[in-house]
Write a protein that binds this ligand. Structure first.
Ligand code: ZN
Length: 338
C-alpha cells in the first residue's frame, strides 16, 4: 500500500510539473508537496483575494476621508470668505476710529490695517470710504415710507462724472441711502439706459433717496424708509447732470423717458410711480403709438396705467420735474409696512 501511495504521489507531482511547465508558470511550492489538496488551495486563494480586496478597499477609503476633509476645509474657507466679504463704510464728520470699529463690530487695529492710507490720520477723513471685513449688516426698511426709518442702508455711489453708470446725482445731495433692492434697481436701470443711449447722451438724473438712518427728510413727505427715489425727467434739452426742472410733454424726450420708465415698470420690485397728470396722459398716448402693431406689449404696459390690472402709475399734480418711484417692502423686512 505504501508503495502504491508513493507511486500515486509521484505521478501527481509529474503531472502537475508538466501542466505548469506548459503554462510557463512556476507552481506554488505547497502544490508540489504531498499534503496538497485542491480544497486547501482553493481556500488559500480565496483568503488571498479577500485580503487583496480588503487592502484595496481600505486604501481608497482612507484617501476619500482625507479628500473629504480637504473638501470640507475648502468649503469652510469659502463660507468664511463669503462671510468676510469686503464692505464699505462712508465716514461722516466727527466720527472716530474706535466709534466706527465698534459700529462695524471689528477691531480698530484691523480697520486701520485695511485702510492704510488713512492710518496716519487721528480721525478717518469725513466723506471717504473705509473698506472692512466683518459680519454682513442686514438692511431693514422700517415702517411706512411717510413714517419710518432705515437700518444699515446702502449708499448709492453718486458717480461723479455721470457718464459710465447711466445715472447722475447733482452735487449737494447727501441723502442717497436706500435698501439694497432700491439701489440695485437704480443701477440696473442706469446700465439698461446706457444700452439704448451711448455715453454722449445725458445720464438719468437721480434725486433724493433717504437719509442715512431714514426718518424725516427736508421737502419730502415720504422718503423715510429707504424705498423711495426721485428720478428726473428726460428732457430734449438736458440740464446739467443730475438736475431737475419742471418739464412739459413738449419738452420731454419721450423715447428716453419711456426707456427709463419702462425699466422701472418691468421690475417686479416697483410698487408705485408718481407722475404729473398731463405727463401721464402724454406717455400713454406715446405708448399707444409705438406699440400700435404689438398688441401684447401694448396691453402689458397699458395695464400699469390708471384703470389697468397692475396699476403702478399714479397721476398727481405735484411731480412735474421728476417721477417718484417706490419699491415694495423687501422680502424678510418684517417691520416694513406699505
Ligand atoms: Zn419723491
Amino acid at each position: 500500500m505504501q508503495v502504491l501511495g508513493c507511486v500515486k504521489s509521484l505521478i501527481q507531482q509529474l503531472l502537475l510539473s508538466l501542466f505548469f511547465g506548459l503554462l510557463m508558470i512556476s507552481p506554488p511550492t505547497d502544490l508540489l508537496s504531498s499534503s496538497f489538496t485542491f480544497k486547501s488551495a482553493l481556500a488559500k486563494t480565496k483568503k488571498q483575494s479577500s485580503k487583496a480586496k480588503k487592502s484595496k478597499s481600505k486604501r481608497p477609503k482612507k484617501k476619500s476621508k482625507k479628500a473629504n476633509k480637504k473638501k470640507s476645509k475648502k468649503r469652510s474657507k469659502k463660507t468664511k470668505k463669503r462671510r468676510a466679504k469686503r464692505q464699505y463704510y462712508r465716514v461722516f464728520k466727527g466720527e472716530s476710529w474706535s466709534g466706527i470699529a465698534k459700529r462695524l463690530k471689528v477691531k480698530v487695529k484691523s480697520l486701520k490695517r485695511w485702510n492704510r492710507r488713512y492710518k496716519k490720520y487721528r480721525r478717518p477723513p469725513a466723506g471717504k470710504r473705509l473698506a472692512f471685513y466683518g459680519p454682513l449688516r442686514n438692511t431693514e426698511s422700517v415702517g411706512r415710507p411717510n413714517r419710518g426709518s432705515l437700518k444699515h442702508g446702502v449708499h448709492l455711489d453718486p458717480d461723479g462724472d455721470g457718464l459710465g453708470k447711466g445715472y447722475a446725482v447733482s452735487m449737494h445731495r447727501p441723502d442717497l441711502w436706500g435698501t439694497p433692492e432700491l439701489v440695485k434697481l437704480i443701477k440696473d436701470c442706469g446700465s439698461s439706459y446706457r444700452r439704448y443711449f451711448s455715453r454722449k447722451y445725458a445720464p438719468i438724473p437721480i434725486g433724493d433717496l433717504s437719509s442715512r438712518k431714514g426718518g424725516r427728510l427736508k421737502s419730502h413727505k415720504s422718503h423715510q424708509s429707504g424705498r423711495d427715489v426721485d428720478v428726473g425727467f428726460m428732457r430734449k434739452n438736458p440740464l446739467s447732470k443730475g438736475y431737475f426742472k419742471n418739464t412739459t410733454a413738449r419738452q420731454m424726450n419721450m423715447y428716453a423717458q419711456w426707456v427709463v420708465l419702462k425699466c422701472f415698470l418691468d421690475s417686479p420690485k416697483t410698487q408705485m410711480v408718481f407722475i404729473e397728470r398731463k405727463l401721464v396722459k402724454a406717455l400713454k398716448k406715446y405708448i399707444k403709438r409705438i406699440y400700435k402693431k404689438r398688441k401684447k406689449k401694448l396691453n402689458k404696459y397699458l395695464s400699469f396705467f390708471p384703470g389697468g390690472k397692475h396699476k403702478a402709475i399714479y397721476p398727481d399734480q405735484v411731480h412735474k420735474s421728476h417721477m417718484h418711484v417706490r419699491i415694495h417692502c423687501p422680502k424678510g423686512d418684517r417691520l416694513c409696512s406699505h
